[in-house]
Design a protein. Structure first.
Length: 303
């Protein structure tokens, strides 16, 4: 389904949150490795039945065959696809390539993804896709202008809204709060937001902050349509330095569930909560998604 695009009275292009499938559909999403995880995804989808309603597809813009494969997978299992392009670079230094953006738009059409999810990070460096080694956006005010300009341009060429996600932070540059920066970016670029609860827990823990901050009251929660969660791994170094890594093949820790419980009910338009699970077996993934479903009821309460 193509997103509805309208023009506001100020003349800027606005991307209202599109309806997909039954109006207001919300529910649990899962994701597997798009190349190595086909059998796991198939087995898990069969076992889950209607417990999951969305599936996260992370592929490159050039992968038409994979886009068609996962579109057919979603149709077969009654799942709605959410597209996460792995080569859309909204925080990098390479100029945006309109030909690539149009390819990303075609993949989104093939998948029927209502919006495109992208971490606020450098994804490409001098033409090379960084994939697992993406460089997170610096937590400084100057990062906002650059991201806004690139997101606006990408949305205009792709023709669908982007939802920007807080990236993982294996190292931190700057001292601004990521959700505050995301809100400024989303409001100025008129895009949507994804809260990765595990990434947020990790960043705030590394910075010695509590998981929930008073500034969270001022976040543009009405722009949040997706949330992600996965396992986390805390490493402690000399001098009190802590680093929290994402572990997609680990179960979600209690501290991340608690942060999700505290934040997600604030998002009245939350549609999808994703169990990011690349590397899990079908057994592990099935029970993980069932845990999400059992815990999820009050996350939708505001909507
Ligand atoms: Fe994520």
């Amino acid at each position: 389904m193509t997103a509805t695009v309208s023009t506001s009275i100020t003349g800027s292009t606005r991307y209202p949150i599109p309806e997909l499938g039954p109006p207001g559909v919300h529910g649990i999403c899962f994701s597997c490795d798009s190349i190595k995880g086909m059998d796991t995804a198939e087995e898990t989808a069969i076992r889950l039945g209607s417990t999951a309603t969305w599936y996260g597809v992370g592929i490159l813009a050039t992968d038409q065959e994979l886009a068609e494969y996962w579109a057919e997978f979603c149709r077969r299992h009654g799942l709605h696809a959410l597209f996460h392009p792995l080569d859309l670079d909204v925080c990098g230094t390479d100029p945006l390539d309109d030909r690539l953006l149009r390819s990303i738009g075609k993949r989104a059409d093939e998948l029927g993804s209502p919006w495109l999810n992208i971490d606020l990070a450098m994804w490409v460096r001098e033409g090379e896709t960084l994939l697992e080694s993406l460089v997170p956006m610096a937590l400084v005010d100057e990062a906002v202008d650059r991201a806004v300009d690139r997101i606006k341009h990408a949305q205009d060429v792709i023709g669908r809204p982007l939802t920007v996600e807080n990236a993982p932070y294996p190292f931190v540059v700057g001292d601004r709060d990521i959700l505050t920066l995301m809100t400024r970016i989303a409001e100025r670029a008129d895009c949507l937001m994804t809260i990765d609860v595990g990434h947020l827990y990790g960043l705030r823990t590394q910075c010695g902050l509590p998981p929930v901050l008073p500034s969270d009251d001022d976040i543009a929660w009405d722009r949040v349509v997706e949330a992600h969660m996965s396992g986390t791994f805390l490493r402690r170094f000399e001098g009190g330095v802590r680093v929290v890594d994402d572990k997609h093949d680990w179960p979600v820790g209690e501290e991340v569930w608690e942060l999700a419980d505290a934040l997600l009910p604030r998002a009245p338009r939350l549609r999808s909560v994703m169990a990011e699970a690349e590397g899990m077996s079908a057994d592990e993934l099935t029970s993980s998604v069932r845990r999400f479903a059992a815990r999820a009821d009050h996350w939708w309460s505001a909507s």
